[in-house]
Design a protein around this ligand. Sequence first.
Ligand SMILES: NC(=[NH2+])NCCC[C@H](N)C(=O)O
Ligand SMILES: [Mn+2]
Ligand SMILES: [Mn+2]
Length: 309
Amino acid sequence: MTNIHLLGAPIEEGAGRRGCIMGPAAYRTAGLAEELASLGHEVVDLGDAQRDEVDALETEYTHLKLLPQVAGWARSLHRHAYDLAKQDVLPIYLGGDHALSMGTVTGHVAAAAELGLPQFVLWLDAHSDFNVPASSPSGNIHGMPVAFACGLDGFPDILGKPLPAPLESRNVCMIGLRSVDGMERDLLQASDALAYDMRAIDEHGIAKLLLPFLDQVAAADGLLHVSLDVDFIEPDIAPAVGTTVPGGATFREAHHIMEMLHDSGLVTSLDLVELNPFLDDRGRTARLMVDLTASLFGRRVLDRRTQSY
Ligand SMILES: NC(=[NH2+])NCCC[C@H](N)C(=O)O
Ligand SMILES: [Mn+2]
Ligand SMILES: [Mn+2]
């Protein structure tokens, strides 16, 4: 039994298209809390976080879109995440676009650093979200949270203070990549992040990529934050996302990852991001995300002990 706390993060200003503001409501409508409770967990819905008011920030990168709004969300979510990380609960952040991870990841890294524990991040996404302002072709800040959390140069004062502790890029594992921008690719390859594209899944399968990373987290006695972007999944089955890229993870691959994460017992926090209910087809993407989350929290078809392999 896990004590799960749900926090809505209805940010949409980091994405190029509007609609993620409706994400938290869609997860609630799709029955996320009830589903997790039916698996035997204690679930508390904290409602939605509020954005801080932030004035214009100084930066030479004028193409950054809606920067004060994104910074307001990052500051608020950073505080929430830091507080939740210090409690004996497992937070699930209901996005909201992926810029929300600028707050959640940095909050968890800051709390982990104070506890003297290494913080790991599993990034399930079609994109590496490793742009810095200078490399971003779009100016959409949801393409930048990993670079920001790792402390790369060139960002304005998004948190309103220096990063309390940078995320170590060697503690990051990305799976599902199939859209990385030109300069972003150079930055990613110069970092120590483990990054697997779809070809790696095709050639090796999920288990072979994920197990060594989970072993590394366990060996380091680390904390594990999972950030699940809807566009990680094949858009045919998960259409409610503004940045679809064909060739995503299948239903089976996505559930397989979630089941392995459950079995590992290592996950300590989770972001569900980029759900855009405005683009959904009768709630199917919201329901799929709820089902995947249920797999991560223990739903399974058979008990392993009853199987003969
Ligand atoms: N979280 C996301 N969906 N990110 C998409 C980013 C797309 C592109 N790399 C950009 O920076 O604009
Ligand atoms: Mn993303
Ligand atoms: Mn993405």
